[in-house]
Design a binder for this molecule. Structure first.
Ligand code: GH3
Ligand code: MG
Ligand code: MG
Ligand code: MG
Length: 319
């Protein structure tokens, strides 16, 4: 940030040698030692492109391009948060000229012959604006970063890093409608850890959390396509959204998850098979017009219930 005038990038655009010299002297006395100098509009545009000055003293009448048109071009070249202060130098003091200067993007004007005191006051005022603008850009950037992080946090489950329930609710309905348009079936795999209450009772809540992370990693591994989604549905339940997938495809995926979790061989002394296992309910439906997504969810949940009933550590598909 420009803490003093020496750090300020000033450009003077002026075709009169006498005025240019006077301006440079005044600026020097203000601490601005080497302003960028342009005698023509073309030069001014080149320097602007290259150096992006903070403050521009811009003669209204130049040999090649009209000063007002140059100001308009500068404004057109600025992207996003970029902004330079433009002070017009003019001998015209008609109200219309002042109005036009502001309209094309000027910020202030100085009447010729230029008074050193007024120049100093206006450059200082513009410097304050430049500093505020920069602070604003910094704050905006910090806000953008914070907002991105907030968005990520609001859609992610903190324990497992999978998508959270909210994100699942949102995406699954959209995917359901997409599959309806594509006339393709959509599949769900519900995954529930077996005897997890006993796991907590045996290994403590922290041990339980670690177990959930390990299971979640296996669920995530099973959803490699961009349109797949692995989410934490609730406590020790996970759900996999598989767009354009038949029941056979989803069954294969579910069996992989079940097998991968079993292969982790995490001890679970309170379970009859001795290690952590999951049960999966699988369903796939072709979305018909006006059919709510909840139906697919209900059918998958019923299949999961059957898997539990039939002895756990297995995959059951809805008919
Ligand atoms: P089932 O085989 O029939 O699924 O039995 P279960 O014990 O797994 O099912 P139940 O729904 O009775 O218990 C789920 C347990 O999961 C109860 C709850 O304390 C635990 N749980 C839920 N969320 C978390 C969590 O974030 N961390 C830990 N450690 N435990 C959790
Ligand atoms: Mg001139
Ligand atoms: Mg459960
Ligand atoms: Mg369970």
């Amino acid at each position: 940030m420009a803490k003093n005038n020496a750090e300020l990038k000033v450009m003077v655009v002026e075709d009169s040698k006498v005025t240019m010299k006077a301006l440079c002297n005044y600026l020097k006395r203000m601490g601005v030692d080497n302003p960028l100098k342009a005698v023509t509009g073309q030069e001014a545009i080149e320097l602007f492109r290259k150096h992006r000055p903070d403050i521009i003293l811009l003669d209204a009448i130049l040999p090649d391009i009209d000063g007002f048109d140059i100001a308009k071009m500068f404004r057109g070249m600025e992207k996003g948060d970029e902004w330079s202060a433009i002070i017009f130098l003019t001998s015209m003091d008609k109200d219309e000229d002042v109005a036009r200067g502001i309209e094309v993007g000027g910020d202030d004007y100085l009447l010729k012959p230029i008074s050193e005191m007024v120049l100093k006051a206006k450059v200082n005022a513009m410097r304050r604006l430049v500093e505020m603008q920069r602070a604003l850009v910094d704050v905006t950037q910090e806000l953008n970063v914070a907002n991105k992080e907030l968005e990520r946090l609001s859609t992610t489950d903190g324990l497992t890093g999978l998508a959270n329930r909210r994100f699942f609710d949102d995406l699954s309905v959209r995917e359901w409608r997409r599959c309806e348009r594509m006339k393709k079936p959509m599949a769900l795999v519900m995954v529930d850890v077996d005897h997890f209450k006993k796991y907590n009772d045996t290994y403590g809540h922290q041990g339980g959390d670690q177990c959930l992370r390990a299971v979640a990693a296996q669920v995530a591994r099973a959803a490699p396509r961009a349109s797949d989604l692995a989410a934490r549905y609730g406590g020790e339940e996970f759900v996999l959204v598989l767009g354009e997938t038949t029941v056979d495809g989803a069954k294969w995926v579910a069996n992989n998850i079940r097998q991968h979790v079993a292969d982790l061989n995490m001890p679970h002394s309170a379970s009859s098979i001795g290690h952590v296992s999951v049960s999966c309910g699988v369903a796939s439906l072709l979305p018909l017009e006006d059919m709510p997504f909840d139906i697919l969810l209900k059918v998958a949940d019923e299949a999961l219930y059957k898997a539990k009933e039939q002895g756990r550590n297995r995959v059951v598909c809805a008919e």
